[in-house]
Write a protein that binds this ligand. Structure first.
Ligand code: PGA
Length: 256
């Protein structure tokens, strides 16, 4: 049960490429009922591989467990060998899509402009983008972190400004994931996170009240630190990598 007065948070499980297709079907199948139970009180979004989206969608059909992709093409259709279109994502009932994850940015050399184009395409196709941002190195200077985040979000806000009517009422997730915290067991200080989320709040939710912004934290979230993260006032949920591969650990994170 969700604790009294506790707000409903998003728990986004980013399985990355840690499971094979058979592994993710098995994991979803064996924990199906428990995932569905969790989703009655919390927003649970599972992000399997592209190939996993179709069978796992069938498994959770008619339940409140939602599906997200781990990326998408910036193009809608055409000669783009290997890419996956947002149209196909819609066809497998995918309601969310992670974009700009630091691992993808590094592997595929994506620019902030590419990521903004994907966000635009996703919103136009009724899929909520989960836009990942974050600084590469740990730094004590919060101003420096904010400058990096500002730069990463600039193109997204430019597109929003140009087509505000398209974005009205739509959900856009901003996932702050300091790159040094991903998979490292290292986490930012709570007071720093509070300041960063205050800044994000002012520049997204407050500035564009007609858009349904959600602010997410990601980076080494587990059952030993999540209680503190849940104290951050402007936080709407978590993007969880490693700890989402173990159902008991994931359940603990949600229930704590
Ligand atoms: P982590 O990954 O929880 O393993 O740090 C988070 C992410 O990369 O989204």
């Amino acid at each position: 049960m969700r604790k009294k007065n506790q707000k409903k948070l998003f728990y986004i499980a980013n399985w990355k490429m840690n499971f094979s297709l058979n592994d993710e079907i098995y994991f979803s199948g064996t924990n199906r009922d428990s995932f569905i139970k969790l989703s009655l009180e919390h927003d649970i979004i599972l992000c399997p591989s592209y190939l996993g989206l179709y069978p796992i969608n069938k498994l959770f059909n008619n339940s409140s467990v939602q599906l997200g992709a781990q990326d998408c093409s910036k193009h809608l259709k055409g000669s783009f060998t290997s890419q996956i279109s947002v149209i196909s994502l819609s066809e497998v009932d995918c309601k969310y899509c992670i974009i700009g994850h630091s691992e993808v940015r590094k592997e595929e050399k994506q620019t902030d402009k590419d990521i903004a184009l994907k966000a635009d395409l996703l919103v136009k196709n009724q899929i909520s983008p989960i836009i990942c941002i974050g600084e590469p190195k740990k730094t004590k200077k919060l101003d420096k972190v904010v400058d990096i985040l500002k730069c990463q979000l600039k193109h997204v806000f430019d597109i929003i400004e140009k087509n505000l009517n398209i974005f009205v009422g739509k959900s856009i997730f901003i996932a702050y994931e300091p790159i040094w915290a991903i998979g490292s067991g290292k986490i930012p200080k709570l007071e720093d996170l509070e300041k960063i989320f205050d800044w994000l709040f002012l520049n997204s939710k407050k500035k564009y009240s007609e858009i349904n912004f959600k602010l997410i934290y990601g980076g080494s979230v587990d059952s030993s630190n999540v209680i503190d993260f849940k104290k951050i006032p402007n936080l709407d949920g978590f993007l969880i990598g490693g700890a989402s591969l173990d159902f008991q650990e994931f359940e603990k994170i949600v229930k704590l």
